[in-house]
Design a protein around this ligand. Structure first.
Ligand code: PEP
Ligand code: MN
Length: 339
C-alpha cells in the first residue's frame, strides 16, 4: 500500500503514521518530498490488517493499493490462461465454448428438440433456466425441479453438458446434482454467500457480471469463488445498464477485452441478455469473438414469438446455424478452436 500524507504534515504526524503502519504488521518506508511525504507499506495484506483505515487520520490524504484487490483472479498470480474442463469440454486457452438453448426450460419435448438442433450446429453445452429470476412475480418463474429433470434427460440423450441458473442457496445441492455448470445470474452477481456455497460444490461456475457492477467488482466476485477453493470460474459479460434505451442492456465489449487482460479466467459473452434484441445477436457474436471472448451463451428457441420468457431476444434454429457459420472466420483469426 502507498500512503500519501497531506502537504506540510509535521514530523510528529509523519512519525505517528510510520508507527501505525508498523503496528499493523507492515514495514514502513518513508519518501520525503519537498512538501509532501509518501509512505510505502511493505507486507502481505492477506496476512495483516488492512491499512485503508489510516485514511481516518487527519494527516493522511490518500491510501492506495499497489497490488490488485483481486489476487487469485489476476494475471499477476497466474499469467497463463486458465482452461476450465467441464467433463471433457475444455473452455479457455484457445478452446472456444458454444453454449446454447432456450431462456427457460418450457417442456421436455421442446428441450430435447432444441438440444439436438444446437448440438448438430456445433454447441457442446446446453443452456436452459429451470429457476428463473423474473423482474415481476407474475411472470413465468420456471419449472423448477421438473426443469432440472428435463435438463438431465437432455444430457443423457445427447451427451451435451448442462448449464442452468442457481438462484438460491437453498437449491445448491439440487442444482449441482443436475448441472455441469452453475450459472450465477446478474441479479445474484454479488450475493457472496451464494457464490461461496456454489463454489463448494466443485462444479464449474459461470459468473454473470452484475448489471451495475464495475469490472473490478465483477472480478472481486469471481475472487470469492476462487478463494473458496474452486478454480473453475467462467466470467460472463451480459450487458450493463446505461442511459441507452435502444437496447435492453449495453453489451460492454471493452470489458471483455479488459477482463481478458486483467484475468486468466475464460470470458464468455451473453449477447442475448446483452442486447436484448434478436436482430443484434449475430453481429454481437462476431464482435465478441473478434475482441477475444472464449465462448458464447446464446438463447435459442424454435418459435421465439411464443417463448415463455425473453422472446424478443431469442433466435430461431435457422439464425443459430447462420450464427455458427458467421463466427467461424473470426474464430480462426482470433486463434480459437470450437470445443
Ligand atoms: C438468463 O440467462 O436467462 C438470465 C436471466 O441471465 P441474466 O442473469 O444475465 O439476466
Ligand atoms: Mn433470458
Amino acid at each position: 500500500m502507498i500512503i500519501v500524507l497531506r502537504p506540510h504534515s509535521t514530523r510528529e504526524e509523519i512519525d505517528f503514521v510510520l508507527q501505525e503502519v508498523e503496528r499493523l504488521g507492515y514495514e514502513p518506508r518513508a519518501i520525503d518530498g519537498a512538501m509532501q511525504t509518501i509512505v510505502a507499506a511493505i507486507g502481505d495484506e492477506l496476512q495483516h490488517h488492512t491499512l485503508e483505515s489510516l485514511i481516518a487520520l487527519p494527516q493522511v490524504e490518500r491510501v492506495m493499493p499497489v497490488q490488485k484487490r483481486y489476487k487469485l483472479a489476476s494475471r499477476e498470480s497466474q499469467p497463463v490462461d486458465s482452461i476450465v474442463d467441464v467433463g471433457g469440454v475444455k473452455i479457455g486457452g484457445g478452446h472456444f465454448a458454444l453454449m446454447a438453448g432456450p431462456c427457460s426450460v418450457e417442456n421436455e419435448r421442446q428441450l430435447l428438440e432444441i438440444a439436438e438442433v444446437v448440438k448438430a450446429a456445433g454447441a457442446k453445452i446446453l443452456r436452459g433456466g429451470a429457476f428463473k429470476p423474473r423482474t415481476s412475480p407474475y411472470e413465468f418463474q420456471g419449472l423448477g425441479l421438473e426443469g432440472l429433470r428435463i435438463l438431465s434427460k437432455a444430457r443423457e440423450e445427447t451427451g451435451l453438458k448442462i448449464i442452468t441458473e442457481l438462484l438460491s442457496e437453498a437449491d445448491v445441492d439440487l442444482v449441482a446434482e443436475h448441472a455441469d455448470i452453475l450459472q450465477i445470474g446478474t441479479r445474484n452477481a454479488q450475493n457472496f454467500r451464494l457464490l461461496t456455497a456454489a463454489a463448494k460444490t466443485g462444479r464449474a461456475i459461470l459468473l454473470k457480471r452484475g448489471f451495475s457492477a464495475r469490472i473490478e467488482e465483477w472480478l472481486l466476485a469471481a475472487e470469492y469463488i476462487l478463494a473458496a477453493g474452486n478454480p473453475n470460474v467462467l466470467l460472463c459479460e451480459r450487458g450493463i445498464r446505461t442511459f441507452e434505451t435502444a437496447m435492453r442492456n449495453t453489451l460492454d465489449l471493452a470489458a471483455v477485452a479488459i477482463a481478458r487482460m486483467e484475468s486468466h479466467l475464460p470470458v464468455i459473452v451473453d449477447p442475448s441478455q446483452g442486447a436484448g434484441r434478436s436482430d443484434l445477436v449475430i453481429a454481437m457474436c462476431r464482435a465478441s469473438v473478434a475482441v477475444g471472448a472464449d465462448g458464447l451463451l446464446i438463447e435459442v428457441h424454435p418459435n421465439p414469438a411464443e417463448a415463455m420468457s425473453d422472446g424478443q431476444q431469442q433466435i430461431d434454429y435457422a439464425h443459430f446455424a447462420d450464427l455458427v457459420d458467421q463466427i467461424r472466420p473470426y474464430l480462426a483469426i482470433s486463434g480459437h478452436e470450437l470445443a
